[in-house]
Design a protein around this ligand. Structure first.
Ligand code: ASP
Length: 459
């Protein structure tokens, strides 16, 4: 396939053309034409993303929770695994927030440009500031109260209530686990089908992403460069700085946090871990899908790291579905970056709330390319940050997706090693001759990820 037919290149082309068009349109005074005839396509793209957010979270989480039903005798491993997954995801977001707070990439955008962007996104900015103020006045348990909806349908009518949907999904999932299988099966299958459908819709929406990105950027740039074209360079500089914050955060997780946890819990040397898992990391990097990488991750863990089949076949499929440290880190940095660019401050209390929300949102993120940025819309809406702000970062999303997916599967493999070791199921020596990359790995790459993941969970 020629390079220009690949989606991520098309999105980058959309970004560059949107930038170029914005400058030309600003100079030629095409502001009215742009907002009448170009901007609506950007709004449609955004609306499509918002449209699937509720069903995506609901279906993906219910399926994730009900897939635990096979575990029976593995419930002890289940507890440890979930504990490690939640802990590492929370650490990842905290690391991301640390970098973005210290580096402040959004603040490199000059005050004047930031003010113009704020005018453009006026309504949401006011909402965000209002939320920040009211957050400071609320009681300590209010976030907990806010999580539990009094009515499912009213929760589902507003994307800003996504935490409530997350709560309902987990609650329903647990309930389904507790009723007889012949009764729950029909519903579980329904949610599974809904999940597959939504993932297909994400794929379809991403097909129009190049046009959506073009339109969103054309409109943004036309408005902000009406006075000075030099602003674009400032914006691009801030974007590069934002990417650096994400990359440094991911590197900290992969090269500092994971090796430390491994050493602490298993004593496995870093060199053995990295040489064992690197084939799977390369697959993750090139597919941007932890689901598609799952067979490679499992083989590497079993053949190279010495994780028992029993542990690997439970911990890794579950991890591919719900453990997304890299994605969570990225979502935290991206949300704060957009807020910084638009001059919306998030108080410490709100950042703690952000950690909680992103842990849950990352659990509900599908293991497929670009899922992280789709779910980011939910995070933004919850904090009154304009969802249209993703226009600023979507152009650089693919390379970051490749890196965060690599982080995601590395985290899964680390937890698999720790859990296996705690069960005396971690061989000290790797299996002879196995490089973890049997022929079926290659054939699985690029296949619809979620199917591989879910079916592996059930088998
Ligand atoms: N591509 C990521 C994964 O499959 C999810 C994301 O978009 O962050 O792990």
């Amino acid at each position: 396939m020629p390079w220009y037919k690949k989606l991520h290149w098309q999105i980058i082309i959309g970004l560059v053309l949107g930038l170029a068009y914005g400058v030309v349109a600003a100079m030629a005074g095409w502001g009215g034409f742009t907002s009448d005839w170009i901007a609506p396509f950007g709004t449609i793209f955004l609306n499509l993303l918002k449209l699937i957010a509720v069903p995506l979270v609901l279906a993906s989480l219910v399926v994730g929770v009900t897939s635990l039903s096979d575990l029976g005798q593995l419930s002890r491993i289940g507890g440890k695994t979930m504990g490690m997954y939640l802990m590492t995801t929370a650490i990842a977001i905290a690391v991301g927030l640390l970098f973005v707070n210290v580096m402040q990439p959004g603040d490199t955008v000059p005050q004047e440009l930031s003010e113009r962007l704020q005018v453009q996104y006026q309504e949401n900015v006011e909402e965000g500031q209002g939320l920040a103020e009211s957050a400071q006045q609320r009681g300590p348990l209010q976030p907990l109260v806010d999580m539990v909806p009094g009515n499912f349908f009213s929760a589902a009518t507003d994307n800003a209530n996504m935490l409530q949907i997350v709560f309902v999904a987990i609650f329903v999932g647990i309930g389904l686990l507790m009723i007889p299988e012949e009764k729950s099966q029909t519903l579980v299958r329904g949610f599974d089908a809904l999940n597959d459908l939504v993932i297909k819709l994400v794929e379809l929406i991403m097909l129009v992403a190049p046009v959506g990105v073009f339109a969103l950027l054309a409109d943004t740039i036309t408005t902000i460069t009406a006075d000075s074209a030099g602003d674009i360079l400032n914006l691009l500089g801030a974007l590069a700085y934002y990417c650096l914050a994400v990359v440094l955060g991911l590197a900290t997780m992969v090269f500092v946090v994971y090796p430390l946890l491994l050493r602490l819990f298993t004593g496995m040397p870093m060199s053995r871990f990295f040489s064992g898992i690197s084939p799977a990391q390369l697959v993750a990097f090139s597919t941007s899908s932890s689901g598609a990488t799952l067979p490679a991750t499992m083989r590497c863990a079993e053949n190279n790291l010495g994780v028992s089949e029993e542990a690997s076949s439970f911990v890794l499929p579950l991890g591919a579905t719900i453990n997304m440290d890299g994605t969570a880190l990225y979502q935290g940095v991206a949300a704060l970056f957009i807020a910084q660019v638009l001059g919306i401050g998030l108080a410490l209390g709100q950042q703690i709330e952000l950690i909680l929300l992103v842990v849950l949102i990352s659990i509900g993120t599908a293991a497929v390319p670009s899922a992280g940025i789709v779910m980011l819309v939910i995070v933004l809406e919850n904090f009154g940050i304009p969802a249209a702000g993703i226009a600023l970062i979507v152009g650089v999303d693919r390379p970051l997706d490749m890196l965060r997916t690599t982080n995601n599967i590395t985290g899964d493999a680390m937890v698999a090693s720790v859990v296996a070791d705690s069960e005396n199921q971690l061989a000290r020596e790797a299996a002879p001759g196995g490089d973890g990359m049997a022929e079926d790995v290659e054939t699985t790459v690029g296949e619809p990820a979620q199917r591989g993941t879910r079916s592996a969970e059930r088998s």
